[in-house]
Design a protein. Structure first.
Length: 393
């Protein structure tokens, strides 16, 4: 979901900054039990420089960068148009990460493909996979969220299980887990998001607990992990969440949007570049349904189907020529008034529209727009096209 600088070079300090800035306090988040979680699956997901969508027939198609097999088509060839993932037929959700992807299937299992050097595919190995493999030990997943080298699934009972690694040499180089382990103390989860290291969940009571990178670093073969959960102060009515590299935004029950954390690129949307450890309201937004955060940017989908974005947001118009523009307050995405779903990447944003198609705008690096264009990017949404060829060719 971010470039090398965003995912790797900066993640160590930005995650520490994130935890310091959002004014977190240790909390026992959510009551135990509570029955089946109500989870709304994502059918479109933008990763570092690739994206994926769930198709009407239950298949999955991906496009863009494919250097580690994250498109799942059995090759490492970048694709400027969408290609079908091999062997996926009953997907209900997809999540695209840095260089890998995962999908939840109708039977509650999870399949992943691409980079696996930290065990983030969950198949018990560290072997990269050009086509999907099953995550071990999961048969009741309702959602999945992937990041750099850690993946987490929301289970039917509202608990969360994760696999992969968030450790590094400074922490002893200890491997996390090659297969799913449950996060103790995290219950009643109805949404989950991550961006480069920090993780946040939305609970059924509207609170938003977050936790740090490194949570899977452990000694021995544990079957569960105790994580330190911290609630975003002042939020008890969240209906959607978006986690950036060092900020978090939430849609609140009345349709307003509140953000907290780092703000050096204007990602909080309040007209300043001042960071804050208390939530601030994004001015002018009163009918938000969905929020999605990029590294240092944020986008919101309105009830009308319009989309606004702000922060380090590339306009890709003729005057800016794709330069990094700091947009300190929300700006409307042109020619878009019927969005039904939203996913924000580093410099690429995709949405599903009322006609069922997926449209993307922003950077076209590695073919991330999926529209078969030679251009560097597009300031307006362009339709994702399907590459027509025999899959086995």
């Amino acid at each position: 979901m971010r470039n090398v600088g965003g995912w790797a070079g900066c993640r160590r300090w930005v995650v520490s900054l994130f935890v310091a800035m959002i004014g977190l306090v240790t909390a026992g988040c959510g009551a135990s039990g509570g029955g089946d979680a109500v989870y709304s699956p994502a059918s479109v997901s933008v990763g570092l420089a690739h994206a994926c969508e769930v198709l009407d027939d239950g298949g999955v198609a991906c496009w863009g960068w494919n250097h580690r097999g994250q498109l799942g088509d059995g090759t490492t060839e970048d694709r400027g148009m969408a290609v079908r993932v091999v062997g996926i037929e009953e997907a209900v959700e997809v999540s695209a990460g840095a260089a890998y992807s995962c999908a939840v299937l109708r039977d509650g299992t999870v399949s992943c493909w691409g980079l696996n050097t930290s065990g983030q595919l969950g198949d018990g190995t560290t072997v990269n996979r050009l086509t999907p493999v099953s995550v071990q030990g999961l048969s009741d997943a309702v959602g999945v969220q992937v990041g750099v080298d850690t993946s987490c699934a929301v289970r039917r009972d509202g608990t969360v299980s994760c696999w992969g690694e968030r450790g590094d040499a400074a922490q002893g180089g200890v491997t996390g887990s090659l297969t799913p382990v449950q996060l103790i103390g995290l219950d009643d989860v109805v949404d989950l998001d991550s961006r480069g290291g920090a993780w946040c969940a939305r609970l059924s009571d509207g609170t938003v607990p977050c936790w740090d990178r490194g949570f899977l670093v452990q000694d021995g073969e544990e079957t569960d992990v105790q994580v330190t959960l911290r609630a975003v102060e002042g939020i008890s009515d969240a209906v959607d969440i978006g986690v950036g590299l060092s900020h978090v935004c939430v849609v609140r029950s009345g349709g307003t949007v509140s953000c907290v954390g780092s703000n050096f690129a204007g990602e909080l949307g309040n007209g300043t570049v001042d960071p804050t450890d208390t939530v601030v309201t994004v001015p002018g937004i009163v009918d938000a349904l969905e929020v999605s955060a990029g590294d240092n940017s944020t986008c919101v989908r309105h009830a009308s189907g319009a989309v606004d974005c702000w922060g380090l947001y590339r306009t890709w118009d003729s005057s800016a020529n794709g330069s990094n523009d700091l947009t300190l307050s929300p700006v409307s995405v042109p020619s878009l008034d019927d969005a039904t779903e939203l996913s924000t990447g580093t410099y690429t944003v995709c949405t599903r529209r009322a006609d069922g198609g997926v449209y993307c705008w922003g950077s076209n690096s590695k073919g991330a727009l999926g529209a078969g264009l030679d251009a560097l990017g597009s300031p307006v949404p362009v339709a994702v096209l399907t590459l027509q060829f025999d899959q086995g060719a």
